[in-house]
Design a protein around this ligand. Sequence first.
Ligand code: F6P
Length: 349
Amino acid sequence: MTPPVSAVRRLGVLTGGGDCPGLNPVIRAVTRKAIQVGLSVIGIRNGWKGLIEGDTVLLDLQSVSGILPKGGTILGTSRTNPYKRPEDLTRLRETVKRLQLDALIAIGGEDTLGVATKLAREGLKIVGVPKTIDNDLSMTDFTFGFDTAVNIATEAIDRLHTTAESHHRIMVAEVMGRHAGWIATYAGIAGGADVILIPEEPIDIEQVCEIIKQRHARGKDFSIIVVAEGARFKHGTNAVVEEKLDEFGHVRLGGIGHALGNLIEQRTGYETRVTVLGHLQRGGSPTAFDRVLGTRFGVKAVELVVEGQFGYMVSLQGNRIVGVPIEQGTGTLKTVDMDLYRIAKIFFG
Ligand code: F6P
């Protein structure tokens, strides 16, 4: 057994924000690697909430056995923001002290890692692991969970194709993607969508209808339109299910698919149906790619802890896993590569 280089003996690990396929492979890898280098691992339940409430569980070889192919997170998650209430922050710091946590690995997206950045500035020893199906965190080529979501959405588009063709209908598929249209672009290309609409470019409804009409004119009397939940019409605002903000200031998006479907049917006269994939994209077993990426992220996160690289997060750059300052990952969102979107556009219509 290699003795730890840093003074860390007890390592906490938590998962925060929306769940994502691949979280369990990270938890497993963190635990296995930490045990290999002589650390004990404390799992914190339900993200920052568990650290505020002191809700924890010891992680050992037994507790992470068999979780590699499991979706979700065995630790649970929440969207609790400890910076919302000063008393929560005090309780969080007390828990860290009482549990004698020398360091913490926070697995999460922009919100969870945003909190991690602030806590790291206050002196907490934190290493981040970027997570989101949306793939919109900077400084990492991919986040785990994205590949699984893209595969689910692609299969859905394949299935919509056959029923669209039988009924001569327009099928609108709404996929996730709050600020960035990565899932829509990848699944749209992979599934052969006739139009892909993303938050990065306002929807031009006339152009969408024109593309559909042109397809009809050349004998294609069905079309598949993929739209990201965060896409909006020119001069429009986001379609939301609920205006209420969560603790990080986000509304619940949803509804753009139906708004779009209604307009398409009104303007073209073609029968249109809408499918909202929603949380199907977040549930279930991770793909092999996400299991491998999660495993590599988990191992590297423990290595950063051992090296004392706090305030850093793991990231995929090319085929290498490296450490970068957490705030560089969360500072600006990684929107869709427009060269890729231009490739997608070649196949519109
Ligand atoms: O950030 C990941 C994500 O899946 C977004 O694509 C989506 O807008 C949001 O989370 C949904 O969150 P919730 O699970 O709270 O409905």
